[in-house]
Write a new protein. Structure first.
Lengths: 234, 305
């Protein structure tokens, strides 16, 4: 490994890939991790890497954002110095738009009409110590940011839920979560693009098709985009 | 897959018996991991590439990948085919045919691939390629992400592309796949991004242990049975990107080695990465295969100074 945790680290992921790790952004006063700030820095780093690839300064097959990392796969041996300097720039840049206050205007805003009829709406209300109408109002009031995709094509991990509203995953995952389900796990919000097993707390569902391989942009919730959920009647 | 897009009447392959798992594969969908799309593609890329070369195909042509049990198909027209990968009995209308060489079949021929006699995955290339519909630029079946053609079923009719016209590769030396020997396999690894989440002893254990390929083994990952790899960092790992060949160690289970249909991100630490050149060998490891890791002196990246 090279670099200290404070400066971010360049980690080798086999002979042809590098994992760039950002230091955790720890805002005052309580130093709690801020997934939105992490997501913004990760997004900026991923964009900077792609710009270099576009200019021919770097070769990469995949640039994969994570919660606090960017994996750059298919790189050449001589590229680690440039990747280190890109990481340094991302670390040094201020993280604009901290936790939930509405990030700066970069990135398109996606609005998802959502029917808040999820099977875990009452359970989340209990966890938050409020009624279900308040759960809906709180969730719909937040602006989320797509931090990264994983788990399934078009499944985006959305940052923006304040740490105080973190919820555990369900003790037992469901064998089948319906396509379009909107759920929470930890401080992440996610929308299932297809039916699959899942252990997230389900608040409702959206009818928007989130992944279409035939579309020009196959994933609606691509990294860097902003997302709001709009309550609609069922 | 019962509505073939045919470029000429009868230029089809009909599935008579699909075997335990036969899928269409090509070079996969690299470059889309940031959208949650696995790379997919043939797990034993060298064998798939060899099959395409033997029939004169473009390297990106789609082939059939069989798993352990083989398959039986019938061709509507005369075709040139080749079977590579795990050795198996090959018959044309019941008559023995070579593995690892191009074979010309008459129209209506019934081609049978028997169970693998060593290894796991065999590859069937047809001159012109399997012309299944492409999804995100690839005809590969991604069994994790659910993209591409479904696994073959009896009665499926697949279209075949037109032959490239260059003819099969001139060869009289059969192509042989790397398959496990009587003592199993030895596979090269380099340290993974989270090797420092494990004790120094854990790396030594990884390299010295006699691992066994687990029952839980598929296109997504090869499971391993073996010793515990102790960690020094017991935090949860925020999800991060995974590479092909990543040796991931879940908190409450034995390690997995990620293969073609691996998820693009994961939340468990990766202690090592298998050399790309050895992934095809892993593709040929059935449950029960003995496996050892060695720290190969692999060319590659250096850390920035």
């Amino acid at each position: 490994m090279a670099g200290s945790a404070d400066a971010g680290r360049v980690l080798l992921a086999g002979p042809g890939a590098v994992l760039l790790e950002l230091p955790t952004f720890l805002p005052p006063p309580d130093g709690a991790p801020d997934p939105v700030a992490d997501a913004l820095r990760v997004a900026a780093l991923a964009v900077a890497i792609r710009v270099c690839v576009g200019r021919g300064e770097l070769v990469a097959v995949d640039v994969v954002p994570g919660a606090r990392t960017v994996l750059v796969d298919g790189v050449r041996p001589g590229d680690t110095d440039l990747l280190r300097s890109l990481l340094d720039e991302a670390v040094g840049a201020p993280a604009v738009g901290a936790s939930g206050d509405g990030a700066s205007g970069d990135g398109p805003l996606i609005e998802l009409p959502t029917v808040y009829d999820g099977p875990d709406l009452a359970a989340v209300a209990d966890l938050w110590g409020v009624d279900t109408d308040t759960v809906v109002a709180r969730h719909a009031d937040l602006e989320f940011r797509v931090a990264f995709c994983g788990f399934a094509p078009g499944f985006a991990y959305l940052a923006g839920l304040p740490a105080a509203w973190s919820v555990p995953r369900r003790g037992q995952p469901r064998a089948r979560v319906p396509s379009g389900s909107v759920g929470l796990a930890g401080t992440w919000c996610g929308v299932y693009p297809g039916s699959s097993p899942g252990g997230w707390q389900l608040l409702g569902h959206t009818g928007v098709r989130l992944f279409d391989p035939a579309a020009t942009e196959p994933a609606v919730l691509a990294p860097g985009r902003r997302v709001r959920f709009v309550p609609v009647p069922g | 897959m019962t509505a073939p897009r045919v470029t000429a009447p009868g230029r089809t392959l009909t599935v008579l018996e699909p075997g335990p798992l036969t899928t269409v594969q090509d070079l996969g969908r690299p470059g889309l991991a940031h959208l949650g799309v696995p790379r997919s593609g043939a797990v034993d890329r060298a064998s798939a590439a060899a099959a395409n070369r033997l029939v004169g195909n473009d390297p990106a042509a789609a082939v059939l990948e069989t798993t352990a049990g083989g398959c039986t198909v019938r061709f509507g027209r005369a075709v040139t085919i080749a079977v590579t990968g795990a050795p198996c009995v090959v018959t044309v209308d019941g008559v023995g045919a070579p593995h690892g060489l191009p074979v010309t079949l008459a129209a209506g021929s019934r081609l049978h691939l028997g169970p693998a006699t060593a290894g796991v995955r065999s590859y069937l290339a047809v001159a012109g390629g399997i012309d299944a519909p492409a999804v995100l630029g690839s005809r590969s079946a991604d069994l994790l992400g659910g993209l591409g053609p479904a696994p073959l079923r009896a009665g499926d009719v697949l279209a075949l592309g037109p032959p490239a016209g260059t003819g099969p590769a001139a060869t009289d030396v059969p192509v042989l796949a790397r398959v496990p020997g009587p003592d199993g396999v030895a596979v090269g690894v380099s340290p993974g991004p989270r090797v420092d989440w494990f004790t120094p002893d854990a790396w030594e254990v990884l390299l010295s242990a006699g691992w066994t390929v687990a029952e839980r083994t598929d296109r997504t990952a090869l499971g391993l049975d073996g010793p515990l790899l102790p960690r020094v960092v017991t935090d949860e790992l925020p999800s991060e990107g995974l590479v092909l060949g990543a040796v991931q160690v879940p908190t409450a289970g034995p390690p997995l080695v990620f293969l073609a249909d691996h998820p693009v991100t994961g939340g468990y630490p990766v202690i090592a990465v298998v050399a790309a050149a050895d992934i095809g060998l892993l593709a040929q490891c059935a449950p029960g295969t003995p496996l050892r890791f060695h720290a190969g002196r692999l060319p590659g990246l250096r850390l920035p100074g």
